[in-house]
Design a protein around this ligand. Structure first.
Ligand code: FAD
Ligand code: MG
Length: 282
């Protein structure tokens, strides 16, 4: 159980991992996530269910190595087991037949957008995906997004692939050109979602955002993932992770995401130091 079946490097510091866990694979739905503990002494982190196979019993995770826990996860080899996985958690995406749906995915949010685009297309929506990264080397899942979209627009901040600019610039261009989508669904860095949300609001289009606050228990007990939506405190883990984008207090979310940066950096420095001394002893 929890065994790593495969591991691929998709981009610098971005890994895709298939993990054997039939009880989650059997019931997973688009928009849900799991909480993972790579080892017994570590912390719990939330990761989106990017794909799953109910017959073969695996789930697929894609993660950016950004701090101690994601680096620890990335060190797990095929055949090793993760200490703990709980899920599926969070509410599945409401996949209605709306008409035209724009899906916006930024950075490591692109794989998270994949099952959503697939589900919206499967029920007969016309799916327009906007995917973006800082630079072409970091642009992941383009092929898979193409498989489940009617149209794809690629953006890079530096112009190394596709349109030079942000996903939000592309969204603004499409809406400015007269496109009238029935829904915009977004996942990615909070500042990206804040901008996309403002654009959707300007053009009067309903927008849903999948939020990524710091989350610990994942079950509505600890309160770490609290966000303010329409002036009310909501727990993203069990009341979300999706909310109406224009009602989210984005500045508070961005502030809370950065509240432990100093401690996280110290922990990462210590972890790197420990790894270096192990390597020297060998
Ligand atoms: P740290 O150095 O501890 O933290 C780096 C930054 O990550 C922090 O500054 C903070 O902004 C954020 N962070 C830290 N701890 C947490 C935490 N417990 N929960 C959320 N954010 C945290 N990332 C992916 O790469 N792929 C995914 O599919 C994915 N899905 C997510 C789904 C949900 C519902 C949420 C809430 C977050 C998701 N994330 C995903 C973000 C991921 O959980 C964090 O990048 C990860 O927890 C960082 O842990 P760390 O110890 O490696 O880094
Ligand atoms: Mg951490």
């Amino acid at each position: 159980m929890n065994k790593v079946l495969s591991k691929k490097v998709l981009a610098p510091n971005v890994k895709e991992m298939d993990v054997y866990i039939p009880r989650i694979a059997r019931v997973a739905k688009p928009g849900q996530f799991v909480i993972v503990m790579p080892d017994e002494k570590g912390e719990r982190i939330p990761l989106t269910l990017v794909d799953w196979n109910s017959f073969e019993g695996w789930i697929r995770l894609v993660f950016l190595e950004i701090g101690v826990t994601t680096y620890k996860l990335g060190l797990k080899e095929v055949g090793e087991s993760l200490y703990y996985i709980v899920g599926p958690l969070g509410n599945p995406t409401y996949v209605g037949k709306f008409g035209t749906v724009i899906i916006v995915g930024g950075g490591v949010g692109i794989p998270a957008a994949y099952p959503i685009a697939r589900a919206f297309k499967e029920v007969g929506n016309y799916v327009i995906s906007i995917i973006g990264a800082r630079t072409s080397k970091l642009l992941i899942y383009e092929d898979r997004i193409r498989e489940v979209s009617n149209e794809v627009h690629v953006t890079t901040d530096d112009g190394s692939k596709g349109f030079k600019g942000f996903t939000s610039d592309m969204l603004a261009n499409l809406l400015e050109s007269g496109l009238k989508p029935d829904l915009i669904w977004m996942v990615g860095p909070a500042p990206m979602m804040k901008s996309c949300s403002a654009i959707a609001k300007k053009y009067g289009v309903k927008a849903v955002a999948s939020l990524n606050p710091i989350m610990v228990c994942g079950m509505g007990m600890c309160g770490a993932c609290r966000v303010t939506v329409a002036g009310r405190t909501r727990f993203a883990c069990f009341e979300g992770p999706e909310f109406d984008a224009d009602k989210v207090d984005w500045d508070e979310l961005i502030k809370r995401l950065n509240m432990y940066r100093k401690e996280e950096q110290e922990a990462l420095n210590r972890f790197r130091g420990a790894l270096a001394s192990i390597a020297m002893q060998r």
